[in-house]
Write a protein that binds this ligand. Structure first.
Ligand SMILES: [Zn+2]
Ligand SMILES: [Zn+2]
Length: 144
């Protein structure tokens, strides 16, 4: 682990604290209905990390889990209800919400599930109809 490439994160009330280390595998915005409902926001800014890059440093027992499908184990703080991250066992990646790691410089590389968007974002970053081929999607690009 390189020194200086570790970022601190926490839930809304800071009972749960964690670090992410190294560099994410990918980052961007997801426009899917599931992200919208779970986050209660129009889009989800995601950063995907290998699971061992994410380390809980405080409040592990305070983390709740919900999985509507076997693809996503959603984690939140039992005290404040703040969302922390979502494990995707099938992909072997953990989505740490960009909003909960303020010290990390988020830079979107892609917008995924753009066919479901309710908030078009004209930022020049590539838009995918669903998800990349290696993630089981079509990989098809769509207009902004
Ligand atoms: Zn909390
Ligand atoms: Zn989504």
């Amino acid at each position: 682990m390189e020194k200086g490439s570790s970022y601190s994160g926490s839930c809304f009330c800071e009972a749960v604290q964690f670090t992410v280390s190294g560099e994410p595998v990918a980052m961007g915005y997801c426009h899917c209905d599931s992200c919208r409902r779970w986050s209660a926001g129009p889009v989800n800014a995601f950063t995907l990390w290998k699971p061992d890059a994410v380390r809980i440093t405080q409040g592990a027992g305070n983390i709740g889990t919900y999985n509507k499908t076997p693809h996503s184990y959603r984690k939140w703080c039992k005290t404040c209800g703040g969302h922390i991250f979502t494990e995707h066992p099938g992909m072997g990646l953990t989505d740490v919400y960009a909003a909960v790691i303020p010290g990390f410089q988020f830079k979107a590389g892609v917008h995924v599930n753009y066919q479901e968007t309710l908030l078009r974002i004209k930022d020049g970053v590539p838009k995918l109809k669903d998800v990349p081929g290696e993630m089981g999607g079509s990989g098809t690009s769509v207009a902004e």
